[in-house]
Design a protein around this ligand. Sequence first.
Ligand code: NAP
Ligand code: ZN
Ligand code: ZN
Length: 352
Amino acid sequence: MLKTPAYAAAHAHAPLVPFTIERREPGPHDVLIDILYCGVCHSDLHQARDEWGGAIFPMVPGHEIVGRVTRVGAKVTKLAVGDLAGVGCVVDSCRECDACRRDLEEFCEKGSALTYNSTEMDRKTPTYGGYSKRIVVAERFALKIPAGLDAAAAAPLLCAGITTYSPLRQYNCKQGDRVAVVGLGGLGHMAVKLAASMGAEVTLLSTSPSKEADARRLGAHAFAVTKDESTFTRLAGRFDLIIDTVSAPHDYNKYLGTLRIGGTMVLVGVPPEPAPVAAMSLIWGNKRLAGSAIGGMIETQEMLDYCAAHGIASDIELIPIQQIDAAYERLLANDVRYRFVIDMASLESAAT
Ligand code: NAP
Ligand code: ZN
Ligand code: ZN
């Protein structure tokens, strides 16, 4: 076993503190990755504070991982020592079920092994995430970080990037489509960049008037404040597609009113509480309310290659791991521009 420094929460009300975990010795199909950077997703906070229930402690969060491959098993073909590699939200699945065969490993019928707050497929060994010095993962669940992408700015692509790229592709976002992105945080800022790169006319719907200049710089063509009720009447019937990235409770019915006939609103944000949807919000205008979870491994690699080809990465604020709790508080206070990324060198220096 490989003793590995990490940061963990002991329970839902505990701060994250130094913690030592063990990684398995890499098997024939595994790669060992020295983690350089790990993005801080709002899902890390939801889970470390057990807002979705069923959390497994101690918890080492982090599923936006980029690092250097330092060892490969004898049967590994996709990656070599020295390559930059990424790991996202899933580290294993049964690889045989219908979902796995359709390259939708996240929906594995046996239950995928999530990167943290989960177990390996043996259903016993806890998984630990990227707030750590290294990780061992089967090569099928490691991504190649294409040349030209900055390693730190690429880390958030492993969750925020794929979670917004996938629904834009599923709903065929194209030139001239009117797309609304709700919430300008980690996911939202990637949604704006990606939708704009696909030729959509992007409107950012935000609770924060101060984010307008940033939204336009990131590629939005219009910006509207959702605290202002007149926004919903002014934009009624406007959008082909809405990507809703909001992490807190809000009224879906109001946003559904801004869809065109036949339009689709895709939920990717996960507020801790359910919210009521009136049947008439969907019926009147043949509208669809959908959801989308991350993306399979093939689509994630496609997204990374797309981002490299289009010069797209995350706007980040690099933090040392010692500031992780402060970063969580800033996420809650809506004070992130637009993704915190942990510089894992800070963990090494803390551990020695
Ligand atoms: P984030 O960086 O904190 O961004 C969330 C944004 O939501 C904020 O920047 C804010 O934007 C808006 N917001 C916050 N509170 C709000 C409120 N009360 N009403 C309306 N808007 C509010 O979070 P993130 O990392 O992007 O994650 C967003 C959500 O997606 C989380 O719930 C996370 O768990 C979920 N997620 C889902 C998937 C998936 O596979 N579906 C993957 C990753 C994350 P404005 O200031 O512009 O309003
Ligand atoms: Zn995430
Ligand atoms: Zn499966």
